[in-house]
Design a protein around this ligand. Structure first.
Ligand code: ATP
Ligand code: MG
Length: 319
């Protein structure tokens, strides 16, 4: 479906390049929910935003992203506009308030459809009604302005709008972060329903800093650290048998239900994430890694397949 090879995306600043995505490779298969997890600032949003549109200071420094065999990193703005919403659709982070406040939902949807060459208004209206029903919203919502909707409703409308033109890939960047637990669960269930039952989209990339959420929804997970992918594998392996020291730290830092914080301090990850203007040498985790040895400070670890479909970039697991 989507194959990303050695992708590098930097930000140009007066002090130098911020290496936000620095040689990341992965593939997203048809029918799967691919989760991406990692601490704030590790490059998750940069990675997926760069697939849609790059504007200064964001610069594509190298690598490719093949969507159905075609490299989408070489498209210009006009070509992008054609594939956006029809082949690849993104719900960007912080997009809850991105819906045009001066238009009703049906007008927002119609503008989008028109831009993509649709001429039959009734066809689009009926699709909108059907999709609103699918996300358990009343048809009346089509006549409402974004401001009339609650956060959970708005997120569902954003899902409907992003998938209305049946894109192959839907990218959801932190779409549950601003919601309460009930609404989070509803959104996760809807994503699952969209891909596994209704098959509205072929694949979903689901981004979250909360790796625990992925346990419930993702088929496979990629863990990122400081602009790099450090571990990729089936969800069950990543959650139950995390292999990279960073994945282990990330999972250990999750709050658990029933834990008594007076007796047991939450095990945070020691140290700070590195500044990506001048990332650490060798393995970027080495200043924070409990297992770091000399080689980790000098040589960057390669991604190695340690068991079928389970990849880890760490010197402890080299050949
Ligand atoms: N417009 C920009 N100009 C310069 N640097 C940027 C810009 N946007 C992001 N960055 C930097 O790029 C790095 C990656 O940021 P990004 O937003 O991709 O991380 P993220 O993993 O999505 O974080 P979060 O979990 O907080 O959403 C960070 O160091 C950030 O400061
Ligand atoms: Mg982000």
């Amino acid at each position: 479906m989507l194959r990303v090879n050695d992708l590098k995306v930097y930000y140009k600043t007066p002090s130098g390049y911020i290496k936000a995505v620095d040689g990341v490779s992965f593939e997203v298969k048809k029918g799967e929910i691919f989760g991406i997890a990692g601490e704030s600032g590790c490059g998750k949003s940069t990675l997926v935003n760069s697939l849609i549109l790059r504007k200064p200071p964001m610069i594509h420094m190298g690598g490719e992203a093949l969507l159905e065999g075609k490299d989408i990193m070489t498209l210009d703005e006009k070509e992008y506009r054609k594939i956006r919403y029809t082949k690849i659709s993104i719900i960007p982070q912080y997009s809850l308030n991105a819906l045009n406040p001066t238009k009703k939902i049906r007008e927002i949807v119609w503008d989008l459809a028109k831009e993509h060459g649709y001429t039959d208004k009734e066809e689009i209206e009926s699709k909108l009604r059907e999709r609103l029903r699918m996300v358990s919203l009343s048809e009346q919502v089509a006549n409402m302005y974004p401001i009339e909707l609650s956060g959970g409703m708005k997120q569902r409308v954003v899902m409907v709008v992003s998938t209305l033109l049946d894109p192959k890939i839907l990218i959801a960047d932190e779409i549950t972060s601003a919601l309460d637990v009930t609404n989070q669960r509803i959104i996760l269930e809807l994503l699952y329903y969209f891909i596994k039952e209704e098959k509205i989209v072929d694949s979903i990339i689901f981004i979250t800093h909360d790796i625990g959420l992925l346990d419930k929804i993702a088929d496979r997970i990629m863990v990122m650290y400081a602009g790099k992918a450090v571990e990729i594998g089936p969800t069950e392996k990543i959650i139950n048998k995390p292999t990279h020291p960073y994945t282990q730290l990330l999972l250990n830092s999750l709050p658990r239900l029933g834990i008594n914080y007076e007796k047991e301090r939450l095990q945070g990850i020691p140290g700070e994430p590195p500044a990506l203007l001048k990332p650490p040498s060798g393995c970027r985790l080495h200043p924070r890694c409990p297992y770091a040895t000399d080689i980790c400070t000098m040589k960057e670890p390669e991604m190695i397949e340690i068991e079928k479909s389970h990849f880890v970039a760490c010197h402890m697991y080299r050949g």
